[in-house]
Design a protein around this ligand. Structure first.
Ligand code: NDP
Ligand code: 2IT
Length: 444
Protein backbone atom coordinates (compact mmCIF):
# COMPACT_ATOMS: atom_id res chain seq x y z
CA UNK A 1 0.00 0.00 0.00
CA UNK A 2 1.34 3.46 -0.86
CA UNK A 3 2.25 5.96 1.87
CA UNK A 4 -0.64 8.26 0.86
CA UNK A 5 -3.13 5.38 1.00
CA UNK A 6 -1.90 4.34 4.45
CA UNK A 7 -2.46 7.87 5.75
CA UNK A 8 -5.80 8.28 3.96
CA UNK A 9 -7.04 5.01 5.45
CA UNK A 10 -6.71 6.42 8.98
CA UNK A 11 -7.88 9.96 8.29
CA UNK A 12 -11.52 9.45 9.34
CA UNK A 13 -10.63 7.53 12.47
CA UNK A 14 -8.13 10.19 13.55
CA UNK A 15 -10.44 13.14 12.89
CA UNK A 16 -13.85 11.95 14.01
CA UNK A 17 -16.64 14.52 13.79
CA UNK A 18 -14.59 16.79 11.53
CA UNK A 19 -16.09 16.37 8.03
CA UNK A 20 -14.80 19.66 6.59
CA UNK A 21 -11.26 18.95 7.74
CA UNK A 22 -11.40 15.40 6.37
CA UNK A 23 -12.66 16.79 3.04
CA UNK A 24 -9.84 19.34 2.74
CA UNK A 25 -7.16 16.86 3.81
CA UNK A 26 -8.46 14.13 1.48
CA UNK A 27 -8.42 16.47 -1.51
CA UNK A 28 -4.80 17.39 -0.87
CA UNK A 29 -3.62 13.85 -0.21
CA UNK A 30 -5.36 12.53 -3.34
CA UNK A 31 -3.62 15.23 -5.38
CA UNK A 32 -0.21 14.30 -4.01
CA UNK A 33 -0.36 10.61 -4.91
CA UNK A 34 1.79 10.90 -8.06
CA UNK A 35 4.64 12.55 -6.13
CA UNK A 36 5.03 10.09 -3.36
CA UNK A 37 6.43 7.05 -5.14
CA UNK A 38 9.38 9.26 -6.02
CA UNK A 39 10.00 10.56 -2.50
CA UNK A 40 10.41 7.72 0.06
CA UNK A 41 12.10 10.19 2.45
CA UNK A 42 8.70 11.77 3.25
CA UNK A 43 7.42 8.52 4.75
CA UNK A 44 10.64 8.05 6.74
CA UNK A 45 10.15 11.57 8.13
CA UNK A 46 6.45 10.88 8.91
CA UNK A 47 5.81 14.09 7.05
CA UNK A 48 2.13 13.51 6.27
CA UNK A 49 1.31 12.37 9.81
CA UNK A 50 2.95 15.55 11.11
CA UNK A 51 1.44 17.93 8.55
CA UNK A 52 -2.09 16.73 9.38
CA UNK A 53 -1.92 17.68 13.07
CA UNK A 54 -2.01 21.36 14.08
CA UNK A 55 1.01 22.61 15.97
CA UNK A 56 -1.51 24.06 18.42
CA UNK A 57 -5.30 24.62 18.66
CA UNK A 58 -6.59 27.03 21.26
CA UNK A 59 -10.26 26.96 22.31
CA UNK A 60 -11.50 29.61 24.69
CA UNK A 61 -14.55 31.11 26.34
CA UNK A 62 -15.85 34.47 25.06
CA UNK A 63 -18.34 35.99 27.52
CA UNK A 64 -19.85 39.39 26.73
CA UNK A 65 -22.82 41.55 27.69
CA UNK A 66 -25.50 42.47 25.11
CA UNK A 67 -27.40 45.77 24.90
CA UNK A 68 -30.15 44.41 27.22
CA UNK A 69 -27.57 43.62 29.89
CA UNK A 70 -27.82 39.87 29.28
CA UNK A 71 -24.63 37.83 29.56
CA UNK A 72 -23.88 35.86 26.39
CA UNK A 73 -21.21 33.19 25.97
CA UNK A 74 -19.54 31.99 22.77
CA UNK A 75 -16.66 29.73 21.82
CA UNK A 76 -13.44 31.22 20.47
CA UNK A 77 -10.84 29.35 18.41
CA UNK A 78 -7.36 29.85 17.02
CA UNK A 79 -5.83 26.92 15.16
CA UNK A 80 -2.10 27.52 14.62
CA UNK A 81 -1.57 24.76 12.10
CA UNK A 82 1.88 25.13 10.60
CA UNK A 83 4.72 27.62 11.06
CA UNK A 84 7.37 25.98 8.85
CA UNK A 85 7.31 28.73 6.22
CA UNK A 86 6.72 31.73 8.50
CA UNK A 87 4.70 33.07 11.44
CA UNK A 88 1.12 31.84 11.59
CA UNK A 89 -1.15 33.90 9.33
CA UNK A 90 -4.84 33.60 8.54
CA UNK A 91 -8.22 35.19 9.09
CA UNK A 92 -10.79 35.24 11.86
CA UNK A 93 -14.36 34.16 11.06
CA UNK A 94 -17.45 35.11 13.07
CA UNK A 95 -20.34 32.91 11.93
CA UNK A 96 -22.74 30.55 13.75
CA UNK A 97 -21.39 27.59 11.73
CA UNK A 98 -17.87 27.92 13.19
CA UNK A 99 -16.60 24.83 14.99
CA UNK A 100 -13.28 22.99 15.33
CA UNK A 101 -13.70 21.13 12.03
CA UNK A 102 -14.34 24.36 10.09
CA UNK A 103 -11.40 26.07 11.80
CA UNK A 104 -9.08 23.13 11.08
CA UNK A 105 -10.04 22.90 7.41
CA UNK A 106 -9.54 26.63 6.93
CA UNK A 107 -6.19 26.65 8.77
CA UNK A 108 -5.04 23.59 6.81
CA UNK A 109 -5.91 25.17 3.44
CA UNK A 110 -4.19 28.34 4.60
CA UNK A 111 -0.85 26.54 5.01
CA UNK A 112 -0.64 25.68 1.31
CA UNK A 113 -2.25 28.92 0.12
CA UNK A 114 0.28 30.94 2.06
CA UNK A 115 3.06 28.73 0.68
CA UNK A 116 1.87 29.51 -2.85
CA UNK A 117 2.15 33.28 -2.33
CA UNK A 118 5.94 32.92 -2.17
CA UNK A 119 5.95 35.05 1.01
CA UNK A 120 7.10 33.92 4.47
CA UNK A 121 3.83 33.12 6.19
CA UNK A 122 2.59 29.96 7.92
CA UNK A 123 -1.02 28.78 8.19
CA UNK A 124 -3.64 29.50 10.86
CA UNK A 125 -7.31 30.37 11.27
CA UNK A 126 -9.48 31.59 14.09
CA UNK A 127 -13.00 32.59 14.85
CA UNK A 128 -16.11 32.15 16.86
CA UNK A 129 -19.65 30.80 16.54
CA UNK A 130 -20.82 34.36 17.36
CA UNK A 131 -23.37 35.66 14.83
CA UNK A 132 -22.69 39.34 14.09
CA UNK A 133 -25.90 39.74 12.07
CA UNK A 134 -28.34 42.18 13.64
CA UNK A 135 -25.95 43.16 16.45
CA UNK A 136 -25.40 46.82 17.32
CA UNK A 137 -21.97 48.43 16.95
CA UNK A 138 -21.69 48.41 20.72
CA UNK A 139 -22.39 44.67 20.88
CA UNK A 140 -19.84 43.99 18.13
CA UNK A 141 -17.27 46.01 20.08
CA UNK A 142 -18.02 44.20 23.36
CA UNK A 143 -17.68 40.85 21.66
CA UNK A 144 -14.42 41.79 19.90
CA UNK A 145 -12.94 43.09 23.15
CA UNK A 146 -13.77 39.89 24.99
CA UNK A 147 -12.43 37.76 22.10
CA UNK A 148 -9.14 39.66 22.12
CA UNK A 149 -8.86 39.53 25.92
CA UNK A 150 -7.92 35.87 25.49
CA UNK A 151 -6.43 35.83 21.98
CA UNK A 152 -3.79 38.49 22.71
CA UNK A 153 -1.77 35.94 24.70
CA UNK A 154 -1.11 33.86 21.61
CA UNK A 155 -0.45 36.40 18.83
CA UNK A 156 2.32 38.83 17.87
CA UNK A 157 4.01 40.30 14.78
CA UNK A 158 6.50 37.40 14.60
CA UNK A 159 4.23 34.76 16.11
CA UNK A 160 0.74 34.88 14.64
CA UNK A 161 -0.96 37.69 12.72
CA UNK A 162 -4.75 37.29 12.29
CA UNK A 163 -6.91 39.19 9.77
CA UNK A 164 -10.54 39.21 8.60
CA UNK A 165 -12.74 36.53 7.05
CA UNK A 166 -16.53 35.96 7.04
CA UNK A 167 -18.18 38.38 9.48
CA UNK A 168 -14.89 40.14 10.26
CA UNK A 169 -14.06 43.28 8.27
CA UNK A 170 -12.54 46.68 8.92
CA UNK A 171 -14.88 47.54 11.81
CA UNK A 172 -14.08 44.34 13.72
CA UNK A 173 -10.32 44.53 13.04
CA UNK A 174 -10.40 48.08 14.47
CA UNK A 175 -12.08 46.94 17.71
CA UNK A 176 -9.82 43.89 18.02
CA UNK A 177 -6.72 46.02 17.51
CA UNK A 178 -7.88 48.65 20.01
CA UNK A 179 -8.24 45.99 22.69
CA UNK A 180 -4.87 44.40 21.84
CA UNK A 181 -3.19 47.77 22.25
CA UNK A 182 -4.99 48.48 25.51
CA UNK A 183 -3.97 45.12 26.99
CA UNK A 184 -0.34 45.13 25.87
CA UNK A 185 0.48 48.81 25.44
CA UNK A 186 2.08 47.93 22.09
CA UNK A 187 1.10 49.44 18.75
CA UNK A 188 2.28 46.38 16.86
CA UNK A 189 1.49 44.90 13.42
CA UNK A 190 -0.45 42.11 15.01
CA UNK A 191 -3.55 42.18 12.80
CA UNK A 192 -3.79 42.90 9.07
CA UNK A 193 -6.70 44.56 7.35
CA UNK A 194 -6.14 47.47 9.72
CA UNK A 195 -7.50 50.91 8.85
CA UNK A 196 -5.29 53.09 6.66
CA UNK A 197 -5.00 55.51 9.58
CA UNK A 198 -3.37 53.02 11.92
CA UNK A 199 -0.96 50.89 9.92
CA UNK A 200 -3.16 49.33 7.24
CA UNK A 201 -2.23 48.88 3.59
CA UNK A 202 -3.82 50.21 0.45
CA UNK A 203 -5.57 47.47 -1.57
CA UNK A 204 -6.03 45.08 1.40
CA UNK A 205 -9.80 45.68 1.30
CA UNK A 206 -9.93 44.94 -2.42
CA UNK A 207 -7.15 42.35 -2.51
CA UNK A 208 -8.94 39.00 -2.42
CA UNK A 209 -11.51 39.93 -5.05
CA UNK A 210 -9.00 41.79 -7.22
CA UNK A 211 -6.58 38.87 -6.95
CA UNK A 212 -9.30 36.50 -8.11
CA UNK A 213 -9.96 38.75 -11.11
CA UNK A 214 -6.24 38.91 -11.93
CA UNK A 215 -5.58 35.17 -11.76
CA UNK A 216 -8.69 34.40 -13.83
CA UNK A 217 -7.51 36.98 -16.35
CA UNK A 218 -4.20 35.07 -16.53
CA UNK A 219 -6.06 31.81 -17.17
CA UNK A 220 -8.24 33.44 -19.84
CA UNK A 221 -5.31 35.11 -21.61
CA UNK A 222 -3.34 31.85 -21.65
CA UNK A 223 -6.20 30.51 -23.78
CA UNK A 224 -6.44 33.53 -26.07
CA UNK A 225 -9.53 34.84 -24.29
CA UNK A 226 -10.45 37.66 -21.92
CA UNK A 227 -13.33 38.79 -19.68
CA UNK A 228 -14.56 40.94 -22.56
CA UNK A 229 -18.16 39.98 -23.46
CA UNK A 230 -18.38 37.27 -20.79
CA UNK A 231 -21.32 36.85 -18.39
CA UNK A 232 -20.11 36.24 -14.85
CA UNK A 233 -22.06 34.87 -11.88
CA UNK A 234 -20.65 35.68 -8.43
CA UNK A 235 -22.07 34.18 -5.24
CA UNK A 236 -21.94 36.17 -2.02
CA UNK A 237 -22.03 39.94 -1.65
CA UNK A 238 -19.40 40.37 1.03
CA UNK A 239 -15.83 41.60 0.86
CA UNK A 240 -14.55 39.03 -1.63
CA UNK A 241 -17.60 39.06 -3.91
CA UNK A 242 -17.84 42.86 -4.15
CA UNK A 243 -14.22 43.40 -5.16
CA UNK A 244 -14.21 40.39 -7.47
CA UNK A 245 -17.19 42.02 -9.21
CA UNK A 246 -15.37 45.35 -9.40
CA UNK A 247 -12.29 43.79 -11.02
CA UNK A 248 -14.35 41.67 -13.42
CA UNK A 249 -16.11 44.83 -14.59
CA UNK A 250 -12.82 46.70 -14.97
CA UNK A 251 -11.55 43.81 -17.10
CA UNK A 252 -14.59 43.96 -19.39
CA UNK A 253 -16.85 41.22 -17.99
CA UNK A 254 -20.53 41.60 -17.08
CA UNK A 255 -21.59 40.48 -13.58
CA UNK A 256 -25.21 39.39 -13.85
CA UNK A 257 -25.82 37.99 -10.39
CA UNK A 258 -24.78 38.18 -6.73
CA UNK A 259 -26.24 36.63 -3.56
CA UNK A 260 -26.32 36.36 0.20
CA UNK A 261 -27.51 33.58 2.47
CA UNK A 262 -31.19 34.42 1.76
CA UNK A 263 -31.09 34.29 -2.05
CA UNK A 264 -29.75 35.87 -5.22
CA UNK A 265 -30.42 38.83 -7.48
CA UNK A 266 -30.35 38.57 -11.25
CA UNK A 267 -29.76 41.78 -13.19
CA UNK A 268 -29.43 41.07 -16.91
CA UNK A 269 -28.23 44.67 -17.46
CA UNK A 270 -25.19 43.98 -15.28
CA UNK A 271 -25.10 44.53 -11.52
CA UNK A 272 -24.71 48.14 -10.36
CA UNK A 273 -21.86 47.79 -7.90
CA UNK A 274 -22.34 51.25 -6.43
CA UNK A 275 -25.79 50.11 -5.26
CA UNK A 276 -24.49 46.79 -3.89
CA UNK A 277 -21.72 48.60 -1.98
CA UNK A 278 -24.19 51.08 -0.51
CA UNK A 279 -26.55 48.28 0.57
CA UNK A 280 -23.98 45.84 1.92
CA UNK A 281 -20.99 47.90 3.05
CA UNK A 282 -22.73 51.04 4.30
CA UNK A 283 -26.28 50.04 5.28
CA UNK A 284 -25.53 46.35 6.09
CA UNK A 285 -28.84 45.32 4.47
CA UNK A 286 -29.94 42.20 2.56
CA UNK A 287 -29.19 41.74 -1.15
CA UNK A 288 -32.95 41.33 -1.83
CA UNK A 289 -33.29 45.11 -1.48
CA UNK A 290 -31.29 45.55 -4.68
CA UNK A 291 -34.28 44.32 -6.71
CA UNK A 292 -36.34 47.17 -5.28
CA UNK A 293 -33.85 49.69 -6.70
CA UNK A 294 -33.59 48.27 -10.23
CA UNK A 295 -36.69 47.66 -12.39
CA UNK A 296 -35.03 44.94 -14.50
CA UNK A 297 -33.57 43.03 -11.58
CA UNK A 298 -35.26 40.12 -9.79
CA UNK A 299 -34.63 38.58 -6.38
CA UNK A 300 -34.98 34.80 -5.94
CA UNK A 301 -35.03 33.01 -2.59
CA UNK A 302 -32.53 30.19 -2.04
CA UNK A 303 -28.85 30.91 -2.58
CA UNK A 304 -27.76 27.69 -4.35
CA UNK A 305 -30.11 28.31 -7.31
CA UNK A 306 -27.74 31.07 -8.39
CA UNK A 307 -25.84 28.31 -10.24
CA UNK A 308 -28.87 27.73 -12.51
CA UNK A 309 -28.10 30.99 -14.34
CA UNK A 310 -26.27 30.43 -17.64
CA UNK A 311 -22.83 32.08 -17.55
CA UNK A 312 -19.32 31.84 -19.00
CA UNK A 313 -17.49 32.30 -15.71
CA UNK A 314 -18.67 31.29 -12.23
CA UNK A 315 -16.98 32.76 -9.16
CA UNK A 316 -18.18 31.19 -5.88
CA UNK A 317 -17.29 33.81 -3.23
CA UNK A 318 -19.54 32.98 -0.26
CA UNK A 319 -18.64 29.90 1.78
CA UNK A 320 -17.55 26.24 1.87
CA UNK A 321 -19.51 23.58 -0.03
CA UNK A 322 -21.87 26.10 -1.61
CA UNK A 323 -21.51 24.46 -5.03
CA UNK A 324 -22.55 20.80 -5.16
CA UNK A 325 -22.75 18.12 -7.86
CA UNK A 326 -26.18 19.18 -9.10
CA UNK A 327 -25.09 22.82 -9.40
CA UNK A 328 -21.90 21.76 -11.20
CA UNK A 329 -23.91 19.67 -13.68
CA UNK A 330 -26.27 22.58 -14.35
CA UNK A 331 -23.42 25.04 -14.83
CA UNK A 332 -21.69 22.64 -17.23
CA UNK A 333 -24.82 21.99 -19.28
CA UNK A 334 -25.43 25.75 -19.46
CA UNK A 335 -21.97 26.25 -20.98
CA UNK A 336 -19.74 27.50 -18.15
CA UNK A 337 -16.07 27.42 -19.16
CA UNK A 338 -14.23 28.84 -16.14
CA UNK A 339 -14.74 28.54 -12.39
CA UNK A 340 -12.66 30.55 -9.91
CA UNK A 341 -12.97 29.98 -6.17
CA UNK A 342 -12.99 33.23 -4.21
CA UNK A 343 -14.28 31.38 -1.16
CA UNK A 344 -12.38 28.64 0.65
CA UNK A 345 -13.44 25.15 -0.53
CA UNK A 346 -16.75 26.33 -2.04
CA UNK A 347 -16.92 23.32 -4.39
CA UNK A 348 -17.61 19.84 -2.98
CA UNK A 349 -15.15 17.05 -3.89
CA UNK A 350 -17.72 15.45 -6.21
CA UNK A 351 -18.56 18.74 -7.94
CA UNK A 352 -14.84 19.43 -8.39
CA UNK A 353 -14.44 16.12 -10.19
CA UNK A 354 -17.44 16.91 -12.42
CA UNK A 355 -15.78 20.15 -13.53
CA UNK A 356 -12.43 18.46 -14.15
CA UNK A 357 -14.04 15.62 -16.12
CA UNK A 358 -15.88 18.19 -18.27
CA UNK A 359 -12.63 20.02 -19.05
CA UNK A 360 -13.68 23.19 -17.19
CA UNK A 361 -10.81 25.40 -16.06
CA UNK A 362 -11.15 25.39 -12.26
CA UNK A 363 -8.92 27.69 -10.21
CA UNK A 364 -8.99 26.41 -6.60
CA UNK A 365 -9.36 28.75 -3.63
CA UNK A 366 -5.91 28.19 -2.25
CA UNK A 367 -4.52 29.76 -5.42
CA UNK A 368 -7.38 31.98 -6.59
CA UNK A 369 -8.13 33.74 -3.30
CA UNK A 370 -4.50 34.02 -2.14
CA UNK A 371 -4.41 37.71 -3.09
CA UNK A 372 -5.97 38.62 0.26
CA UNK A 373 -3.40 36.97 2.46
CA UNK A 374 -0.58 37.99 0.11
CA UNK A 375 -1.58 41.64 0.52
CA UNK A 376 -1.77 41.03 4.27
CA UNK A 377 1.88 39.99 4.09
CA UNK A 378 2.61 43.19 2.13
CA UNK A 379 0.86 45.08 4.93
CA UNK A 380 3.19 43.37 7.44
CA UNK A 381 6.23 44.48 5.40
CA UNK A 382 5.05 48.09 5.24
CA UNK A 383 4.29 48.03 8.94
CA UNK A 384 7.81 46.83 9.75
CA UNK A 385 9.42 49.39 7.48
CA UNK A 386 7.08 52.08 8.79
CA UNK A 387 6.81 53.26 5.17
CA UNK A 388 3.54 52.77 3.27
CA UNK A 389 3.38 52.01 -0.43
CA UNK A 390 0.88 53.77 -2.71
CA UNK A 391 -2.28 52.07 -3.99
CA UNK A 392 -0.61 51.61 -7.40
CA UNK A 393 2.53 50.07 -5.86
CA UNK A 394 0.59 47.51 -3.81
CA UNK A 395 -1.75 46.74 -6.70
CA UNK A 396 1.22 46.09 -9.01
CA UNK A 397 2.78 43.72 -6.45
CA UNK A 398 -0.57 41.93 -6.10
CA UNK A 399 -0.81 41.49 -9.88
CA UNK A 400 2.74 40.09 -9.99
CA UNK A 401 2.02 37.70 -7.11
CA UNK A 402 -1.15 36.39 -8.79
CA UNK A 403 0.69 35.91 -12.10
CA UNK A 404 3.44 34.08 -10.20
CA UNK A 405 0.88 31.79 -8.55
CA UNK A 406 -0.77 31.08 -11.90
CA UNK A 407 2.58 30.15 -13.51
CA UNK A 408 3.53 28.03 -10.51
CA UNK A 409 0.32 25.95 -10.45
CA UNK A 410 0.26 25.69 -14.25
CA UNK A 411 3.83 24.37 -14.33
CA UNK A 412 3.32 22.00 -11.38
CA UNK A 413 0.20 20.51 -13.01
CA UNK A 414 1.92 20.02 -16.38
CA UNK A 415 5.17 18.65 -14.90
CA UNK A 416 3.26 15.98 -12.98
CA UNK A 417 1.26 14.90 -16.01
CA UNK A 418 -2.00 16.70 -15.22
CA UNK A 419 -2.00 19.67 -17.60
CA UNK A 420 -4.73 22.23 -16.79
CA UNK A 421 -5.70 20.42 -13.56
CA UNK A 422 -5.14 23.30 -11.17
CA UNK A 423 -6.44 21.39 -8.16
CA UNK A 424 -3.43 19.13 -8.48
CA UNK A 425 -1.16 21.97 -9.57
CA UNK A 426 -1.98 24.11 -6.52
CA UNK A 427 -1.83 21.24 -4.05
CA UNK A 428 1.48 19.95 -5.39
CA UNK A 429 3.16 23.36 -5.63
CA UNK A 430 1.92 24.44 -2.17
CA UNK A 431 2.90 21.13 -0.61
CA UNK A 432 6.40 21.18 -2.15
CA UNK A 433 7.14 24.56 -0.57
CA UNK A 434 5.86 23.58 2.88
CA UNK A 435 7.42 20.11 2.86
CA UNK A 436 10.85 21.47 1.88
CA UNK A 437 10.68 23.88 4.84
CA UNK A 438 9.55 21.11 7.20
CA UNK A 439 12.23 18.65 6.04
CA UNK A 440 14.94 21.29 6.50
CA UNK A 441 13.83 21.99 10.07
CA UNK A 442 14.01 18.39 11.32
CA UNK A 443 11.50 16.50 13.43
CA UNK A 444 9.61 19.29 15.21
P1 NDP B 1 -18.15 38.40 4.20
O1 NDP B 1 -18.62 38.16 5.58
O2 NDP B 1 -17.71 39.75 3.81
O3 NDP B 1 -19.25 37.93 3.15
C1 NDP B 1 -19.70 36.62 3.13
C2 NDP B 1 -20.77 36.50 2.06
O4 NDP B 1 -21.08 35.12 1.88
C3 NDP B 1 -22.07 37.18 2.45
O5 NDP B 1 -22.73 37.59 1.31
C4 NDP B 1 -22.82 36.05 3.15
O6 NDP B 1 -24.22 36.22 3.17
C5 NDP B 1 -22.42 34.86 2.32
N1 NDP B 1 -22.44 33.65 3.16
C6 NDP B 1 -21.70 33.41 4.26
N2 NDP B 1 -22.00 32.23 4.81
C7 NDP B 1 -22.95 31.72 4.04
C8 NDP B 1 -23.68 30.51 4.08
N3 NDP B 1 -23.49 29.60 5.05
N4 NDP B 1 -24.58 30.30 3.09
C9 NDP B 1 -24.78 31.23 2.11
N5 NDP B 1 -24.12 32.39 2.03
C10 NDP B 1 -23.23 32.63 2.99
O7 NDP B 1 -16.96 37.35 3.98
P2 NDP B 1 -15.81 37.36 2.88
O8 NDP B 1 -16.30 37.93 1.62
O9 NDP B 1 -14.60 37.91 3.52
O10 NDP B 1 -15.54 35.79 2.71
C11 NDP B 1 -16.20 35.00 1.72
C12 NDP B 1 -15.39 33.76 1.44
O11 NDP B 1 -14.07 34.14 0.99
C13 NDP B 1 -15.15 32.84 2.65
O12 NDP B 1 -15.07 31.51 2.20
C14 NDP B 1 -13.77 33.26 3.13
O13 NDP B 1 -13.12 32.26 3.86
C15 NDP B 1 -13.08 33.53 1.79
N6 NDP B 1 -11.90 34.37 1.82
C16 NDP B 1 -11.92 35.62 2.37
C17 NDP B 1 -10.80 36.40 2.33
C18 NDP B 1 -10.80 37.79 2.84
O14 NDP B 1 -9.76 38.46 2.69
N7 NDP B 1 -11.86 38.31 3.40
C19 NDP B 1 -9.53 35.91 1.77
C20 NDP B 1 -9.63 34.61 1.15
C21 NDP B 1 -10.77 33.88 1.20
P3 NDP B 1 -24.96 36.66 4.54
O15 NDP B 1 -24.56 38.09 4.73
O16 NDP B 1 -26.40 36.47 4.26
O17 NDP B 1 -24.43 35.77 5.61
O1 2IT C 1 -8.85 32.90 3.89
C1 2IT C 1 -8.02 33.83 3.85
O2 2IT C 1 -6.99 33.75 3.17
C2 2IT C 1 -8.29 35.04 4.62
N1 2IT C 1 -9.35 35.13 5.25
C3 2IT C 1 -7.29 36.14 4.66
C4 2IT C 1 -6.23 35.85 5.67
C5 2IT C 1 -5.24 36.97 5.94
O3 2IT C 1 -4.43 36.75 6.84
O4 2IT C 1 -5.24 38.00 5.27
Amino acid sequence: MSYVDKVLEKIEEKNRGEPEFIQAATEILESLRPMFGLNPEYEKAALLERILIPERAIIFRVPWVDDEGKIRVHKGFRVQFNSAVGPYKGGIRFHPSVNLSVMKFLAFEQIFKNGLTGLSIGGAKGGSNFNPKGKSDNEIMSFCQSFMSELYKYIGPDTDVPAGDIGVGGREIGYLFGQYKKLTGIHAGVLTGAGLDFGGSYVRTEATGYGLGYIMDNALKARGESFEGKDVVISGSGNVAIYAAEKVEQLGGKVISMSDSSGYIHDPDGISLADVKQLKEVERKRISEYAELKPNAEFYCGCSDIWNLPCDVALPCATQNELDTKSAETLISNGVKYVGEGANMPTTLEATNKFLDAGIILLPGKAANAGGVATSALEMSQRSMRIPWTFEEVDKKLQDIMSGIYKNIDTAAAEHGFKDNYIRGANIAGFLKVSRAMMAQGVV
